[in-house]
Design a protein around this ligand. Structure first.
Ligand code: FES
Length: 157
């Protein structure tokens, strides 16, 4: 989904930024804190940091896009990865992916509108013998069946 469909709470953002003072080296810390509070770094956050602390937007963008721990697109609280590598694919990985999409009402990969889940496809998780494999928040689930998708995701709701 595009960023435009995610509503950024500007008031919450402003209150959040009230805690910070201008000091050397604070930019990375603010961005990391925004990432952990909002789970991503909205453009609005970079824009407000730029205006409040007189830091060029280009510099903020450079930092935010450099660090892997920071995301410029919305991410859900739960990260769901479905393997569609060859070994998982031949064992029904595609059906697992379709079931996950159906459960989350997503067309493909992406993040649900309520920012609860991000769904990603991966090409191999290095445990092909367990295929098809699905990973939820770092926990591996092997020999997946479509009925298990719902059972695993339901408690995350
Ligand atoms: S192909 Fe899925 S774990 Fe290797």
């Amino acid at each position: 989904m595009g960023n435009s469909t995610v509503i950024v709470e500007i008031d919450k953002l402003d209150q959040f930024l009230d805690r910070y003072e201008v000091r050397q080296g604070m930019l990375i810390q603010i961005l990391l804190d925004i990432q952990s509070e909002f789970n991503w770094i909205p453009f609005e956050a970079m824009d407000r940091i730029s205006k409040r602390f007189q830091i060029p937007l280009s510099q903020i963008y450079r930092v935010a896009s450099f660090y892997k721990a920071m995301s410029l697109t919305p991410k859900g609280r739960h990260l769901l990865r479905v393997c569609l590598g060859t070994a998982c694919h031949v064992r029904g990985g595609k059906r697992i992916m379709e079931k996950a999409q159906q459960f989350l009402a997503l067309q493909g990969e992406g993040t649900t509108q309520d920012l609860k889940f991000t769904l990603e496809r991966v090409n191999c998780l290095g445990c092909c013998a367990l295929g098809p494999v699905m990973v939820v928040d770092g926990e591996y689930h092997g020999h997946m069946t479509t009925s298990e998708v719902e059972k695993i995701l339901e408690p995350c709701q």
